[in-house]
Design a protein around this ligand. Structure first.
Ligand code: NAP
Length: 480
């Protein structure tokens, strides 16, 4: 007999926490299943209060779900997800809903949605952010799939999502893979945010001369202002942590090689494919990669004869660093939202950018006060060309611009790497420059490849006869 209104497959940390979150909400009866039954047994034994309907076979799990059946898969992304989808699809009937809450590649989600739709099943790829804590207490949820599936699923997801300023952090992002695409960009922005926070730490230490405890205090102070965010908050906590073994700040005994699980790389690959410059996210990915090349780092350190002299610190240095961080963050988010706009255009999604900013205000890793400003910017103008053109952000960047330049200069002169700050400034300067040297690049392309160019003073395309008499001829547009 069927009696659970929702099921969860995958009882590792994310799935079991999500199942507990669902079970804690009024009106839910939650069916649970995991490939290895030990995990399910352990969860049920540890949490009798949840009233789980546990199954040890897929058949029993499916039979325990009320119709239309709704099951959320939280298993290893990739083959694990495909295996579970195949098992459920074999047993589910038209109108039933399969939700993938894992970190799927959005292209897989598009494929899976198409395949399941052909069988009459609804498939919803839902990005879920917030790690294990979020899964248990309220994540930010980014579901794709059909509007019809969202009518059934929306209220359930809203009941378990984080709440920010009275609103649940969930919205129907768009059809098929839209949710996982937006989750991918969220993770890319998370990379940029983390790199942009790491640079001030290095600057305050190496140029500012602060010790680690003092830097923790600076971050805690910043967290009281417009930089308030989860990542700034945990940065202060990490910096305050003392290593029990050595009595040193923990950060000083952690190997300085940053790892990654690949979603930052996905964001950069997809953005580049869509022609979107995501230098902020790209530099964050590269910075982790550089840190993880100990042999090259050691070789260069051995090969160089000296390091530049560190520039003296000055009154207001901390404020300058804060302003540089804020301006660079605006750039990183502008590039992230540009990626969503380009993805929506490419894949035919109707994405409400303000709603995306709204559901990122709680539950997820990049939750921040800053996101309210983005919500407002898209309220003012849903067709905004770039966040940098919004009146609030334009003012904020303008008021910090000189500080930003001072910090990037001081870092370069001192030999402190600030790829996030510097590339963000270069991006801002590129957009702000009336003329770019791209004109010269077009000339070079025309010289070696006859790629043609457009003129500032006439329509059509042109080519200079570089290996002839160097006169100009009008041409058809190049296909390259
Ligand atoms: P995980 O370590 O990614 O995966 C382990 C789970 O997948 C286990 O339940 C395992 O079952 C199951 N599984 C693997 N291959 C399977 C297969 N072929 N058939 C059936 N089940 C299979 O688990 P997780 O860390 O809880 O993450 C779950 C999903 O959430 C992943 O997609 C992950 O990327 C995503 N996610 C994780 C986090 C996080 O903070 N951890 C945050 C956001 C999203 P067995 O017990 O039988 O091996």
């Amino acid at each position: 007999m069927a009696w659970a209104n929702i099921g969860v497959v995958g009882m590792a940390v994310m799935g079991s926490n999500l199942a507990r979150n669902l079970a804690s909400r009024e009106g839910n009866t939650v069916a649970v299943y995991n490939r290895s039954p030990e995990r399910t047994r352990a969860l049920v034994a540890e949490h009798p209060e949840a009233g789980f309907v546990a199954s040890e076979t897929v058949d029993d799990f499916v039979a325990s779900l009320a119709r239309p059946r709704t099951a959320i898969i939280m298993v290893q992304a990739g083959r694990g997800t495909d295996a579970v989808i195949a098992q459920l699809a074999e047993r589910f009937e038209p109108g039933d809903i399969i939700v993938d809450g894992g970190n799927a590649n959005f292209a897989d989600t598009i494929r899976r949605e198409r395949e399941l739709r052909a069988k009459g099943l609804d498939f919803v790829g839902a990005g879920i952010s917030g790690g294990e804590e979020g899964a248990l207490n309220g994540p930010s949820i980014m579901p794709g799939g059909s509007a019809e599936a969202y009518r059934t699923l929306g209220p359930i997801l809203a009941s378990i999502a984080a709440v920010a300023e009275g609103e649940p952090c969930v919205t129907h992002v768009g059809t098929d893979g839209a949710g996982h695409f937006v989750k991918m960009v969220h993770n890319g922005i998370e990379y940029a945010d983390m790199q942009l926070i790491a640079e001030p730490y290095d600057l305050l230490r190496r140029i500012g001369g602060h010790d680690v405890a003092a830097i923790a205090d600076v971050f805690a102070t910043w967290n009281d202002g417009d930089l308030e965010s989860y990542l700034i908050e945990i940065t202060a906590e990490v910096l305050r942590q003392t290593d029990a073994r050595t009595g040193q700040p923990l950060v000083d005994v952690i190997v300085d090689q940053a790892g990654s699980k690949g979603t930052g790389v996905w964001t950069v690959q997809n953005a580049v494919g869509l022609g979107v410059p995501v230098s902020g996210i790209g530099e964050a990915v590269f910075a982790r990669a550089v840190s993880s090349k100990p042999a090259q780092r050691a070789a260069v350190q051995q090969a160089i004869t000296g390091r530049p002299q560190v520039q003296p610190t000055y009154d207001g240095f901390e404020d300058d660093v804060r302003a540089a961080l804020y301006a660079s963050k605006v750039v990183a988010y502008a590039q992230g939202f540009d990626t969503i706009i380009a993805g929506a255009r490419e894949y035919g999604w109707d994405i409400d950018l303000g709603a995306v900013a709204r559901i990122w205000r709680g539950g997820c890793i990049i939750r921040a006060r800053f996101l309210n400003r983005i919500v407002e910017a898209y309220q003012r103008d849903p067709e905004l060309a770039t966040l940098l053109a919004d009146e609030y952000f334009a003012d904020a960047v303008a008021s910090g611009e000189q500080a930003w330049r001072r910090i990037v200069s001081a870092a370069a002169l001192s030999g402190v790497p600030v790829p996030g700050f510097a590339s963000a400034l270069a991006y801002f300067d590129s957009l702000s420059s009336e003329r770019l040297p791209a004109a010269l690049i077009q000339g070079q392309r025309d010289f070696f490849g006859a790629h043609t160019y457009r003129r500032t003073d006439a329509g059509g395309t042109f080519h200079t006869l570089w290996s002839g008499d160097r006169t100009e001829i009008a041409t058809e547009p190049s296909t390259h």
